[in-house]
Write a protein that binds this ligand. Sequence first.
Ligand code: PLP
Length: 361
Amino acid sequence: MQVHPKSRPIFSEIPLIGVLKKHFAEMDIDVDLSNNTNPFLGTLGNYPDLTQKSLKKHYWQVISSLNQPADYTPQKIDEIIDQHILFTVGSSEGIDLLLRSFAEPNKDTIAVTEPSFPAYEHWGKLHNLQIKRFKLKEENYNQLDVDDIIKENPKLVFLCNPNNPTATLLDTEIIDKLCRSLDGFVIVDEAYIEFSGISSAIYDLSRFNNLIVLRTLSKAWGLAGVRCGAVIAADPLVINTLRYIQIPFGFPTPSQELVANRCAFPQTMIASWEQIRQERVKLVKNLSNLSVVKKITPSDVNFFLMELNHFSTVMAFLNQHKIHVVSCDNEIANSIRVSIGTEKENQKFLKAMSLISDSLT
Ligand SMILES: Cc1ncc(COP(=O)(O)O)c(C=O)c1O
């Protein structure tokens, strides 16, 4: 199996493991006596499907019907989509595989934006990489000093769009310019894109060979318990490379079935996004009137960033009331990230916020 020419040199020293050889060679097997499994206890006695060809097609059909640009025409990769997708154990595994495949420890640099999802930096550090942070600028955190990133010549750039924790969107020209100018890979983590309705970077895959999109089924798809994410790459050799080091069989058969079912019946999932939007609009409107709320950054997704007055007092109060939100104070002073919950959960949060507001005025 051919791996990407930019993969780490160690790839050429380590042969493909046996079980992958069997699948990649697409051998015509009638009797398989190679697995040492128990044949007497039903179908879960077999290892999960490793190629997931039809599931990839069904997944692509759903996602490519969403987040389309205005001038969308079906892409060339539609026909060979299974070569461009790798399902992973959440998108977390995708991040880890990319770092371990393309960045050499104690040598290479990766670029991350600030503030953003901390996992890129966390695993990057564990992998002994140099981390360069680039600030998201302007009130809506949608600008970056792209030329500074290009000067740094990183092996991988991680962009999160919409961004966690700010819920904001990158200026589209940024992704284009980085893809055009960088030798390394541009990774666009679209964990929350389905909520937003903005155009996805998957529609740019046919334009940029160094573009990689990360998706997860943990958020809008409502399948966090299934542990499924997807790496979608312009270049099939990227997928080969990740697969080369991925621990085989991490996508269990029952999880594959649940994803297939969601793909076959996506309507309930899509309808729930409108429910979330309505809850967000309501919650944000009510919170905006409270004295402890200084600013809420506009959001199109299932969470929002909120700057507080009396930050420590409010956090202690929420804690006392067993309400957990994420503190972003280290990155953005006095700010928290709040996920949209059920109507009942949102009401409880609003009530606690109203109580503490009243007691401080
Ligand atoms: C931006 C972003 N990317 C990736 C992930 C990882 O999600 P998972 O591993 O559940 O797919 C998260 C989870 O919070 C996230 O916010």
